[in-house]
Design a protein around this ligand. Structure first.
Ligand code: KIV
Ligand code: ZN
Length: 515
């Protein structure tokens, strides 16, 4: 059966989602999970864009050995040189070069003519081939480009040495029929097209990203790109998990195979959602909480009689229903370590001790500790610290129906001082956040606040996700605790600490530019 390569860009295009700021160690964790999921390529970042991206691509290159690691670069020497520096330790690496080809982008963004764009594109492919044998070339805004010009520039970059030609629907403008026809046109008009693989890359502005990707696959392309949970710029990218499940369930129609281990779908989706703070909508196809819930009586009756009446995907196929009750109060550190290994959680000795301590604390508050609980604990920023930042030491809140909510908080500052403050608010969360505002050096503002529980039941762990504007940046943060107020405080400090890390990385970027 024909095989389609899966190119994951969660850590590059996905990370471009508003307010998402992953720390390099979180990107490495996601990359390791993508490796378990079975993607063929991981686009680990845009190395020249910041020191943070450079470090992430470098660390992923050193760690992940089963997938090809790809870095994004514009058509200039510095981008390509820096991408090489970041990727040189990968077992299998590739570069992804791009330049815009639509009249709008060439005129207003690049200020270049068609001939100048061809010249730059060809030069970049030739220059990159000194470092890389795998070169993917993308025509940014391809679907709003002149088809004849596209055909011409592609012919030239293939002659220059490109191995994969990617046709992005950058602004999610295309329709399935049109996108499929564009591939058919290129297959017919580009004389050297048989020397390369063709790739689809779709955005979801009209909600057509998955449909467009599948239409391209039906036309015979070799690679499809997307992100986990469809995260990405604006309305996001094509959801990879939806594409691969559609290819499996409707294999009769698509007749293609992938290397994906579908059983890792839910774990991958959850990991990306929790690290990025982008909560998966309950009705999202495949990975939404309600994707397998049957509400109406007629449906429930049908499913009880025969699952296939209303269920086209078996939950077990994508790894649902395996959230076992794992360990309890009496479990020792050895059993705990084994469980972490089984879950793919890799920590150093110090982090392992902290996680075990958090687990022990949880067993005194919660009857059944599940795999999801352990996973949630691992995601708490106090286990793997993101750098020097504010550390919450004490939180006390007084609340009652007839008293003014008041919070007291003590922290250790990034400089190592101890500060304690109190403030009131209209509610207890507001009291906590007003107190934090007094502690912080710069003005801050809560932009978004979301809460969800890890599992069901009164004793479930609370996961709070916030977006905070601090020192001019919007940054996301998460807090994971059995108590909602403590989770809320931790989430706010986490966002502030990430903002401090981002400023630090921006400071270092000057060093990268000098490379
Ligand atoms: O959507 C797009 O055009 C991109 C390119 C950088 C490939 O992400
Ligand atoms: Zn894109």
């Amino acid at each position: 059966m024909r095989k389609v390569d899966i190119f994951d860009t969660t850590l590059r295009d996905g990370e471009q989602s508003a307010g998402v700021n992953l720390h390099p160690h979180e990107k490495v964790e996601i990359a390791k999970q993508l490796e378990r999921y079975g993607v063929d390529m991981i686009e680990a970042g845009f190395p020249c864009s910041s020191e943070g991206d450079f470090q992430s691509v470098k660390q992923i290159s050193e760690t992940v050995k089963q997938c090809m690691i790809v870095g994004l670069a514009r058509a200039n020497k510095q981008d390509i040189d820096v991408a090489y520096e970041a990727l040189k330790d990968a077992k299998n690496s590739g570069i992804h070069l791009f330049i815009a080809t639509s009249p709008l982008h060439m005129k207003y963004k690049l200020h270049l003519t068609q001939e100048e764009v061809i010249e730059k594109a060809v030069w970049s492919v030739k220059y990159a081939s000194h470092y890389f044998s795998h070169i993917q070339w993308s025509a940014e805004d391809a679907t709003r480009s002149d088809w004849n010009f596209l055909s011409r520039i592609i012919t030239n970059v293939i002659d220059a040495g490109a191995k994969v030609i990617n046709i992005p629907d950058t602004v999610g403008y295309s329709t399935p029929q049109e996108y499929g026809e564009l591939f058919s046109y290129l297959m017919k008009t580009v004389p050297n097209i048989n020397k390369v693989k063709l790739s689809a890359h779709c955005h979801d502005d009209l909600g057509l990203a998955v449909a467009n990707s599948l239409a391209a696959i039906q036309k015979g392309i070799h690679q499809v790109e997307g992100t986990i949970n469809g995260i990405g710029e604006r309305a996001g990218n094509a959801s990879l998990e939806e594409i691969v499940v559609a290819l499996r369930i409707r294999n009769d129609e698509y007749k293609v195979d992938t290397n994906i281990d579908l059983k890792q779908t839910i774990r991958t989706s959850q990991l990306v959602s929790k690290f990025t703070g982008m909560i998966v909508p309950q009705n999202k196809a495949v990975v939404g909480l309600n994707a397998f819930a049957h509400e109406s009586g007629i449906h429930q009756d049908g499913v009880l009689k025969n699952k296939q009446t209303y269920e086209i995907i078996e939950p077990e196929m994508i790894g649902l229903g395996s959230n076992k009750m794992v360990l309890g109060k009496h479990s020792g550190s050895h059993a705990f370590k084994e469980k972490c290994k089984e879950l793919g959680i890799s920590l150093n000795e110090d982090e392992e001790k902290k996680l075990f301590h958090a687990f022990k604390e949880l067993t005194s508050k919660k009857k059944e500790v599940t795999e999801d609980d352990i996973f949630a604990l691992m995601l708490d920023s106090s286990i793997k610290e993101i750098g020097a930042g504010y550390k919450l030491e004490l939180l006390q809140v007084s609340y009652g129906s007839n008293i003014i909510p008041t919070a007291t908080i003590r922290v250790e500052t990034p400089e190592g001082f101890r500060i304690q403050e109190s403030a009131t608010g209209k509610g207890s969360v507001e009291a906590v956040y007003n107190t934090i505002s007094r502690i912080l050096k710069q003005p801050s503002e809560l932009v978004d606040y979301r809460i969800q529980s890890t599992t069901n039941g009164n004793d479930a762990i609370a996961e709070v996700y916030v977006k905070v504007r601090y020192d001019g940046h919007i940054s996301s943060g998460r807090g994971i605790e059995t108590d909602v107020l403590e989770a809320s405080a931790k989430a706010y400090f986490d966002a502030v600490n990430r903002s401090l890390v981002k400023v630090w990385f921006e400071h270092q970027t000057k060093g990268v530019e000098a490379l």
